[in-house]
Design a protein around this ligand. Sequence first.
Ligand SMILES: Cc1ncc(COP(=O)(O)O)c(C=O)c1O
Length: 402
Amino acid sequence: MATVTQKRQIGVGGLKISARARQYVMNVLDSNRLSIGKYVHTFEAKFARLHSRRFGVMANSGTSALQVALAAMKEKHGWQDGDEVIVPAITFIATSNIVLYNHMKPVFVDVDPLTYNIDPGRIEAAITPRTRAILPVHLFGLPCDMDPIMEIAVKHNLAVLEDSCETMFVHYRGRPVGSFGEAACFSTYVAHILVTGVGGLTLCDDPDLAVICRSLIAHGRDSIYLDIDSDDNLTDNDLRDVIERRFSFVRLGHSFRPTEMEAALGLAQLEEYEKLLEGRQHNARRLTEGLKDLEDELQLPVIPEDREHAFMMYPITVKRPGLRNDLVAFLEDRGIETRFAFPLLTQPVYQKLFKLDMRNFPVADRIGKNAFYIGCHQELSDEDIDYVVEAFHEFFKRGRMV
Ligand SMILES: Cc1ncc(COP(=O)(O)O)c(C=O)c1O
């Protein structure tokens, strides 16, 4: 095993731009075309197909993808301002922010202590006459327990929007993550599984919903003209129609368009996604193997038998209360990057907005105080992982001596 005297840099994310990615970006530059075109459409179609979806709409971030997906669902179903959306009590803040930006109300539900995902057993208690949707989040790379969530949704006539910003390419009971709800959104931000700098996708099967999303990322434009190719090869009345309607805005939209360069990077990585996924899963297995003897101290990630884990991150809960921050400082001092595991409800902005009592969210409260994550991305070597394992052991050995 490596020794911790030699300091490495173990980031939560890692990226190597491949020769293929360089080539695709050069192709974009050589084509002199940066706005949505061939690369965006190919990336969308391939990503959608991999997740058993008919349509993909690329946006400039996962947050934008979620924002327009919920807005499109709100428009399609005629939901009202103030209607409610069920959201897990542990997630990245963008999940619930987009509910607020859509003038709807996030209703928080506690999570499962082992998977960190929304606890389906607690959802029904949060449903009111104004509930319209459930927004499960597949956190850290692990799909939620989707069957009971979908059953509750059907029983109460609720829509489901999957926040899959942290999880792609893996299956729950044989079905791809992101193929369950009316729509599912993904992020390709830095440190995610595919990395395009900024970027996100909404997937869905309803062509009308896809068109509304496309319109919403382009200022709410009339669907007759959603990118600059829309008037190509048209003549006579068809051309006149486009000319008359292409500067028409039919809903309140945003400027959320990606460029061809993000899509070129995404497509190059998509073409080797199995390698990226296997690298993460290998590193996670090696971490679990190496840390197993510390299970009295650490709760390591679980992978329920009915699903796969994409391991965007490697989450850990420290069992002894009050020890997490010392451990995290010790790891950071050795170049091992960490993040707290998404305490959401105690964020200053949410405390001000909601004034929630954490006693109503005991699991989220414990995770917020005691959990964190480290990286296990494909650019880390076996020696890097051994270095991390050794650092954990050194911390607990020292702890025992005092
Ligand atoms: C669960 C979750 N939802 C939404 C987002 C937002 O994605 P982006 O950063 O691409 O806007 C993230 C990103 O970190 C996330 O982890």
